[in-house]
Design a protein around this ligand. Sequence first.
Ligand code: SF4
Ligand code: SF4
Length: 331
Amino acid sequence: MIRHGTNSFLDMAKHAGRIVRFGQRYIARYFAKGRFTPRRVPSLSIETTNICNSDCVFCANSVMTRRKLSIDMELFKTIVDDFALNGGTDIDFTDTIGDPLLDKKLVERGRYVRRYPQFQSLGFVSTLQWLHMHELDSLIEKITWVGVSITLSGRESYKKFFGVDKYDVALGNLRKLLDAIKAKNANFFVGLSIKPTDENDEAILSHPDFIEINNRMGGSLAQMVRERTFLVDDWQGAVQLPDYLKRRPLYPRAFRPCQMLYDKLMVYSNGKVSACSCRDFEADSDLILGHAGESGILELWNSNRLQALRHDWRLKNRVPKICKSCRHYLY
Ligand code: SF4
Ligand code: SF4
């Protein structure tokens, strides 16, 4: 009994400590210099494709109805040229939904972006299931980083999370990528994101594939497993999460526009431009600013529309509908 009481007290103290630390961060960020000042030139994400064959347990891919396509090459070039000539320096191939490796022209696009010396960094997030569709040396030459979504504890748990039986292919491709980087001594960053499954820590940490890849990554993955979060977003209720995943808290956001609105723009594979790359899987929310074929990136960044979005949220507490229930809100 005494032990139980002590544990409860410690749990309460830890919980209270977390709330206090959150409160401190929440206040400090509000007053941080430049918190509500947009960058002069945003960073830019181009969703090269919204095609993805996986069906991850926490993703809206299976309910997305917008047309699946890769971005038109001429439009892509126009966007990159316009962005570069207007002082853009940060660009990536991040998508809202999609696997960039399913875009046949990925390397060609990489080559086009890297013609501009100011774009030193270029990367994307992928499952690596389709790495073999591309010539690896050319990819490593033009792309500088990749964030890999994966599990490392066997075929069954992979299939359960990703909805496809591609563990062996994804793992084999990861090995090939790590080998190629090593052989070429390439300046290429691989960041692994081990996805949350319903296994306990030990089942993952003791799996031979985990041990092998963890060793190759310098031992950095064990902490990631121990600290992995089971709190995710459910895409405005569009995704029915499995029992072991919970929704992230909805942080208070009154009169406090999301930081995303001050930082970057997103071009969808259909050419629509949005103030945020995060949750709008249909590309039809209040955050859509226009079309990249009709307006330049800087023009949209400085548009009355985007200024009004920030202003109305900050001064009148008019929060865009999609942002009201978004659990990726950046305070
Ligand atoms: S989370 Fe990524 S890999 Fe998984 S289904 Fe969605 S887009 Fe595809
Ligand atoms: S609240 Fe969510 S949808 Fe809205 S701008 Fe922020 S990240 Fe994007």
